[in-house]
Write a protein that binds this ligand. Structure first.
Ligand code: PMV
Length: 329
């Protein structure tokens, strides 16, 4: 059977209840369920073409050959798709991000979601959305949340089939904004894969897990009701809890830089002055500032006025991963 060339566009996502720590490392089953929003301005485009004539997978990221570590992860994911499709052909893969890689914007989420959808299409494998999320999850956990549209919940599950993601509200449900204050574009020191592995022994891990389980339905209801105050307070607390676990893991992981902490203080200061915004932080130093659409121009101006902020990446709720016509090769 001849293979087609296929290209997918995927958004990164920001989690309000986070995935940090796993109960099964091989299958990437998370300790707790999580909730996120796709980011319409932080995207990955990936083209895949399986080709019987290729001796090995050829993988290019951002116009350069992939590092050995990245190439291995991509090839392992292609192996999952080859096994499901019953094919052995190697593939040519090219991928491009609209944002800096490895700096606390979930590049692995959009990367593995786009890779999953493009590779399945190229292999002629037709899977429903739930099956695509289960497959994407095995490449990178948070990637499963970039497959469905808008606001998304990933159910922890006790088996691979139970650990899937689904949309809880479409992108136009709520004009929530995530303004990412970029303070660092270098590759982070400790990747999230390692972070998940060392999270368990933290003395705070069990307490954080209990709190994440309590907060998950609160955040879901707040999103559905567009209750920004409840939503923001819970999202900010959850980010702090995740970092408390990271800081108390062995070895300890400190993702915050002095710039990160200064922005955290600034956000709280603005809130005290009546500009309602909250922060979230992933596995990096950049700060995600959450606000409502009506306040976004003021929050963005305030962020630009801070000397620490190199760039602001403004996001609205984004669509799910989709096939597009514009191939990278
Ligand atoms: O999917 P991973 O292994 O890149 O882990 C993502 C971890 C966080 O971004 C910090 C939290 C989350 O739920 O997205």
């Amino acid at each position: 059977m001849p293979f087609v060339k296929a290209t997918a566009l995927s958004c990164a996502n920001i989690a309000f209840i986070k995935y940090w720590g796993r109960k099964d490392h091989l299958l990437r089953l998370p300790l707790n369920s999580s909730i996120s929003m796709n980011l319409d301005n932080a995207t990955t485009v990936t083209t895949v073409a399986f080709d019987e004539a290729l001796p090995a997978d050829e993988i290019e990221i951002g116009g350069e050959p992939a590092s050995p570590h990245a190439a291995r992860r991509v090839s392992e994911h292609l192996d999952r798709i080859r096994a499901l499709a019953g094919i052995t052909a190697r593939a040519r893969v090219a991928s491009r991000n609209s944002f800096p890689m490895g700096a606390g914007i979930a590049s692995s989420a959009s990367a593995f979601a786009a890779l999953t959808v493009a590779a399945c299409a190229s292999a002629g494998l037709q899977l429903d959305e739930r099956a695509l999320t289960i497959l994407a999850r095995q490449g990178s956990g948070s990637a499963c949340r970039s497959i469905p549209a808008g606001f998304v919940e990933w159910h922890t599950g006790d088996t691979s089939d139970e650990s899937f993601a689904e949309s809880i509200a479409p992108p136009d449900h709520w004009d929530l904004r995530d303004l990412i204050a970029i303070v660092q574009t270098e590759h982070k020191e400790v990747g999230s894969s390692k972070g998940h592995e060392i999270a368990g022994p933290s003395p705070f891990a069990a307490a954080r897990l209990a709190e994440a389980e309590r907060a998950l339905p609160v955040v879901r209801v707040a999103i559905l009701a567009r209750d920004f105050t409840t939503f923001g307070e819970e999202a900010e607390q959850e980010a702090i809890r995740m970092h408390a676990v990271a800081m108390t893991s062995r070895p300890s992981v400190l993702y915050w830089s002095p710039e990160t902490v200064r922005i955290m203080h600034a956000v709280r200061q603005w809130r005290a002055e009546g500009l309602e915004a909250y922060f979230s932080i992933d596995a990096g130093a950049n700060v995600h500032v959450l606000c409502q659409g009506k306040d976004a121009p003021y929050v963005e101006a305030a962020l630009h006025a801070l000397l620490d902020v190199r760039e602001v990446l403004a996001n609205r709720p984004g669509p799910g991963t989709q096939l597009v016509e514009h191939h990278l090769f």
